[in-house]
Ligand binder design. Structure first.
Ligand SMILES: NC(=O)c1ccc[n+]([C@@H]2O[C@H](COP(=O)([O-])OP(=O)(O)OC[C@H]3O[C@@H](n4cnc5c(N)ncnc54)[C@H](O)[C@@H]3O)[C@@H](O)[C@H]2O)c1
Length: 261
């Protein structure tokens, strides 16, 4: 129960990795707020997790790119719970495509959600955490934040930017006792994003079958398997805990050895 009564906000918490992170914090005693552009799913996830673990949860409809909405949500959280201990900036989208054909509007949208959305959430969380003189921010980045990604320029650019933002916030917030880190997972091949969209998108953009996409991405991993939600939530829980109190400004790979820098 490392997070007993800590208040944790997880963006993109309705499904996928965000949902798994919400569940992990709830299982260790935290008050969990699942915020997602999909309001119905965020509320359903929060309710389910609250009942399962007997902790207070809240499901919120929130678009991380909407500065005013994020500001209002943070004020509500501060008003209701009196604090914010943990922000997990997890909301993200991926649109793949060849650069010569990439619609600029879609490229901008990926940057807007993955990078600007992270900045907006961090900005308002930092206002609370600065006052508290404590807090932890963790961005869910990607191995594509460390190395270019084939026909996936918008996503890689957004995630590289996220590491620059993470390091800069870590420098700025250290004096307030606030730690800011990122985690860089490998491919969550059995997760929602891959199952609902990426296998199809990559098969299309790379001109290979869905089975070949799976084989290709498994073959790139020295430990020989895809990343799991537990692989990521174990690292997130550690970094959010006091056991990691000397860690800030880091971007930790969780890639089965695929990325080593
Ligand atoms: N799936 C992978 O293989 C993988 C690998 C590395 C990193 N990641 C990162 O993990 C994070 C979670 O991805 P996932 O695999 O769970 O994907 P997902 O698509 O299953 O979940 C993303 C969630 O974010 C929400 N969201 C999207 N736009 C939003 C917005 N503007 N405001 C608020 N919520 C919004 C979606 O509604 C969804 O619930 C992302 O940042 C992604 O880049 C995923």
């Amino acid at each position: 129960m490392r997070f007993k009564d800590k208040v944790a906000l997880v963006t993109g918490g309705a499904q996928g990795l965000g949902q798994a992170i919400c569940e992990r914090f709830a299982s260790e005693g935290a008050v969990v707020i699942a915020a997602d552009i999909n309001e119905d799913k965020a509320k359903a996830t929060a309710k389910e997790i609250g009942e399962k673990y007997g902790v207070t949860t809240l499901g919120l409809g929130l678009d991380v790119t909407d500065d005013f909405a994020v500001h209002t949500a943070m004020e509500d959280i501060d008003g209701n719970f009196g604090r914010l201990d943990i922000l997990i900036a997890n909301a993200g989208i991926l649109k793949a495509g060849e650069i010569t054909m990439f619609p600029v509007s879609e490229w901008r949208q990926v940057i807007e959600v993955n990078l600007v959305g992270y900045m907006i959430c961090a900005k308002h969380a930092c206002q609370i955490m600065q006052r508290q003189k404590s807090g932890v921010i963790i961005q869910i980045n990607s191995k594509s934040g460390k190395k270019g990604s084939f026909r996936n320029s918008a996503y890689a650019a957004s995630k590289f930017g996220g590491i620059g933002l993470t390091q800069s916030l870590a420098l700025e917030m250290a004096q307030f006792g606030v730690r800011v880190n990122a985690v860089c997972p490998g491919n969550l091949l059995d997760g929602t994003l891959w199952q609902d969209s990426l296998f199809e998108q990559y098969a299309h953009t790379q001109g290979i079958s869905v089975e070949d996409v799976r084989r290709k991405y498994m073959d790139q991993v020295p430990l020989g398997r895809g990343c799991t939600y537990d692989d990521v939530t174990n690292a997130v829980a550690f970094i959010a805990s006091d056991e990691a109190s000397y860690m800030t400004g880091q971007a930790i790979n969780i890639t089965g050895g695929q990325e080593m820098r």
